[in-house]
Design a protein around this ligand. Structure first.
Ligand code: 6GU
Length: 261
């Protein structure tokens, strides 16, 4: 149930020490659309508001020594308790951390089917392990190190919000389907027909929709074979397409070996 069919909106709570980071999510793009349509209830809480000392301390030294600081469990725990007030059973309590499961479209889709999402942005060398113990998910957005979980929380919020029923139109769900067949997008062109002395491929001007579909599918296979061979292995290809992909990968490997010499 969601606002579109008369239920309550999807709710996202962000727990952060940098609340200002999320102002743009509400002000622009998909976040703004979802909030304006009443499909998303978006809340940002400052973890410092849940401290009790004059300095509003959120971090401390790690037991056992070592470099860096650890986020204290008490303020985070109080912020979580407030965000979880009357939370439905299927609420996902997510910690954004480089040691989490790598975020992908399947996980985005999975999270979008809950009713509430609480995103805890880690900082310093991490959160106290006892906070991880109460979370339902630890999520990373990829194999690189960010200074904090905020950019990752914004990525997750965007990917989930655009999937909420009624937020985007048909174009979004068609894009979804094409991603789900396991291939990267085919190249797109718009006017002008010649730009920087480069012409739009003739086939796209031919008006032959069968030929256009075939060209686009081939281009998607080419792009995927070259850039993301890992995706290709799971893609739904016909026998002919698999042969095309294998040929492309073979040529690509040869090219790479030649470049190395
Ligand atoms: Cl969720 N947090 C941090 N600090 N770094 C990351 C990340 C998250 N995902 C990838 N790198």
């Amino acid at each position: 149930m969601n606002q579109a069919d008369g239920g309550s909106p999807y709710r996202i709570d962000i727990l952060t020490i940098f609340p200002g980071y999320f102002a743009d999510f509400c002000a622009e793009g998909v976040g703004r659309i979802a909030i304006e349509k009443g499909l998303l209830d978006f809340n940002v809480s400052d973890i410092r508001d849940f401290t009790r000392d004059a300095h509003r301390t959120v971090d401390d030294y790690p037991f056992g020594g070592g470099p860096g600081m650890v986020m204290k469990p008490e303020p985070v725990s109080l912020a979580i308790a407030k965000a979880m007030t009357e939370a439905p059973k299927d609420t996902r309590l997510v910690i954004l951390t480089p040691r989490g499961k790598v975020f992908d479209q399947t996980l985005a889709s999975d999270l979008s089917r809950a009713k509430r999402l609480v995103l805890v942005c880690g900082h310093y060398e991490g959160l106290d392990e006892r906070i991880h113990e109460i979370a339902t998910d630890d999520i990373s957005i990829g194999d690189y190190v960010l200074s904090g979980g905020e950019p990752a929380a914004a990525v997750v919020a965007d990917a989930v919000t655009r999937l909420l029923p009624g937020v985007l139109g048909d174009a979004a769900s068609l894009l979804e389907e094409s991603f789900e067949d396991g291939l990267l997008e085919y190249p797109q062109y718009t006017r002008p027909q010649i730009f920087n002395e480069r012409a739009v491929p003739d086939v796209l001007l031919s008006g032959n929709h069968g030929k256009i579909s075939r060209w686009r599918r081939d281009q998607a296979i080419i792009a995927t074979a070259r850039r993301r061979p890992d995706l290709l292995r799971r893609a739904n290809l016909t026998k002919e397409e698999t042969q095309l992909a294998e040929r492309l990968l073979h040529d690509y490997e040869k090219e790479r070996r030649r470049d190395k010499d």
